[in-house]
Design a binder for this molecule. Sequence first.
Ligand code: HEM
Length: 486
Amino acid sequence: MIWTILLLFNGILFFYFMSNRTRSKREPPLDKGVIPWLGHALDFGKDAAKFLTRMKLKHGDIFTVRVAGRYVTVLLDPHSYDSVLQDTTSLDFTRYAQVLMDRIFNLRLPNHKPDSEKAIMKRHFHGESLSCLNHNMQNHLQTLLMFETTATQNQTDWKHDGLFGFCYSLLFRAGYLTLFGGEQNNNCTDAAKVYKEYQKFDSLLIKMARTTLKSGEKQTAGSVKQRLWELLAQAGQRENSSLWLHSYRQHLEQEGADEETQRKAMLLQLWATQGNVGPAAFWLLAFLLTHPEAMRAVRKEFNSITLSGTTTLDPQKHTPVFNSALEETLRLTAAPFITREVLQNKTLHMADGQEYDLRRGDRVCLFPFISPQMDPEIHHKPELFKYDRFLNADGTAKEDFFKSGRRLKYYTMPWGAGTNACVGKPFAVQSIRQFVFLVLSHLNIELSDSEAQVPAVDASRYGFGMVQPIKELPIRYKLRERSNLQ
Ligand code: HEM
């Protein structure tokens, strides 16, 4: 009894202390919100982009907000981002990542060594190994696309679909076959089953991360994860899994992870490798289909680098127009939070000479979506899709962007930056390039309603990588009689 009372008393004291925090002179502006403990959690969760834009207008480029008992310092000046990204002593990437791993994947790795895992991934997603992965991915994409367009109906009939489901499903299944292996006959049942379950998992992912699942949803999430763990049980052990997954699984074994933990880690890797590529390809095709000038420019470029007599993209050839269209797409739709935990009190030096103290135990969050990506001072009319925004007049890649009269190091940041930047970027870019090339060269594809617009974003997903559309974009497609890009 006495222990219960003591614990309760401690809890109340802690709660009081947390709620009563005041700003010291050297700290960023503090905005606790009106609801005790919860602070701004509801607004933050509903639409982080809108909420943080409002806070930026109120407080400027740096401020601290209370979100469900935690204090988060948000930094929105891209000139100052390096003071966070370069500091791996006082600021830590892994702790918050581990919190999410536990919440979303029920995963606690014994002897977790993020650096070794990253080294394994770097080895397999660069150089010669990357060429091999790209080659396999290309083959799977081609097989699946052909099967999709020819299996169920007459080749000359239009097939109706939603563009998001079309892109996500094809890229997910091809990526799964390339990295995780599984049955590789024409209809690839394994990959389709995993995709079906993964969709359910993905629809609950944000609520899992925020621990806001309702009780019915908790049950669904539990059983979907269980099914995915079972479906992934053999990944990294079967012969046709990628060398990367074999090495990763071996590494887990050496670190003492039991069979169940290994399966959970497979789901984590499935999400890390497949969760963003499909949505990115969707947005790119959606913009191309709604911007004829951009579509013509990308087709023209692809045409000029197709290996003669084939419908194969020459992997060595540069595609600055495509790259710019992709960069522009990601500028508008990649919205990750870059979050670090403050391990020890630290002074943050802003580019304008200001200094702010950060408290141990708080979190620091960059949200490059607001700045640089949607910052009107950096990108003229940032809400518009301009496929050539990242091209110079001479057709080379444009890298000169300015804010406050100074050239920016970070003018768009879809892949993160610094030591924890995306390891899979070259694989992701090549997968999307191959996919768009295949779709444009093999299919007649058009919007079902020629007046349709790119759908709005599901605002609750801001902060979790690629955003997703609030609704489908209906399309129709059929195989071209002769594959070409005209
Ligand atoms: C369009 C597709 C993708 C986007 C937009 C994307 C974006 C990102 C971002 C923003 C981060 C940094 C997170 C942070 O600093 O907090 C990241 C990290 C990472 N990404 Fe990607 N990613 C994509 C595809 C991929 C793919 C295909 C792979 C693997 C094949 C991959 C593997 C990783 C890994 C392993 C990390 C963690 C790096 C570390 O621990 O330091 N990503 N990604």
